[in-house]
Design a binder for this molecule. Sequence first.
Ligand SMILES: [Ca+2]
Ligand SMILES: [Ca+2]
Ligand SMILES: [Ca+2]
Ligand SMILES: [Ca+2]
Length: 262
Amino acid sequence: MKLLRRVAKIGRAGVLAATLGACAGSGAGPKAASGSGPVARDTRILHEECDLDESGAVAEDINGDGRPDRTSVSEGGRVTCRGLDFNFDGVIDAWVYLDESGQVRRRESDYDRDGRIDEVALYQAGMLIERQRATTLSGKLDTWQRYRDGRVASAERDSNGDDYVDQWWEYPDQRPAECPLIHSDVNGDGRPDPGATVDVCKDQYTPTARDGSGPANEPEGADPALDGVPTELEAPAPDATPAEEPASTPGAAPPGGEGGQP
Ligand SMILES: [Ca+2]
Ligand SMILES: [Ca+2]
Ligand SMILES: [Ca+2]
Ligand SMILES: [Ca+2]
C-alpha cells in the first residue's frame, strides 16, 4: 500500500520533473491505471478566426499583381489580425494576431506553403514565449518549445506521433542553443528514463552527474545532428523573431523575387 501511494505521488510529480529535465531515477513503473500515468497531448493545429472577407478588412497588393498579399482585419479602429501571402500565389502563408497595444500575440505559419499551418507561435508583450510545431507531414503538433528572454529554454516532443510526449529537450544556461540534452522516455511510462539521455554536444562537455557516469545510450530515432532544433522541416532559425512584414520573414522571399517591401 505504501508503495502504491508512492508511485501515485511520483506520477503526479512526473510532469514537473520532466519539465525540469530531471531523470527519474526511481519509481519508474508501468503506465499507471489510476489516471496518474502519461497524459495525451492535444496535437491539433488550431487556426484562430480571422475573417479576411469581412467588409472592413483592408487588402493591400504589395507586388502589384492585382491580388491582395496582405489583408488586415480591424475591430474598433485597431488591427486585430492579418493574413499574409509571401509568395504571391493567393494562398495565405501566415496569420498574425495583434494585442491591444498592437504587438504580436500569436502567429500561425505555413512554412512549406502547402496550405496547412506548421507552427503556432505565442507571444506575451511582443516577446516569443512558445512555439508549437508540426515538424512532420502528419498534420499534427509534435513539438512544443518554450522561450525565455528570446531564447529557447526547453522543448517537449512527441517523436513517434502517438500523441504522447517522449522527449524532453533541456537547454542548459551555460551552453549554446545547438547543444541541448535530450532526455527520452523509452519504456513508455511517460517520463524520461535513466540512461536514455543524449548529449547533442557530448564531445564538448564532460558528463554531469545528471548524465550519469558515462556516455548515454542513444535511443533509436534520436538524431544528434539536428542542429539543436527538434525539427525535420526547413524552418527559420529557432531564435529568429518572426517579423510581421512579409519581406523580412526568413525564407519567405519568393523565388528570384525581391520580397515585395510594402
Ligand atoms: Ca499581389
Ligand atoms: Ca502564399
Ligand atoms: Ca504547411
Ligand atoms: Ca510519443
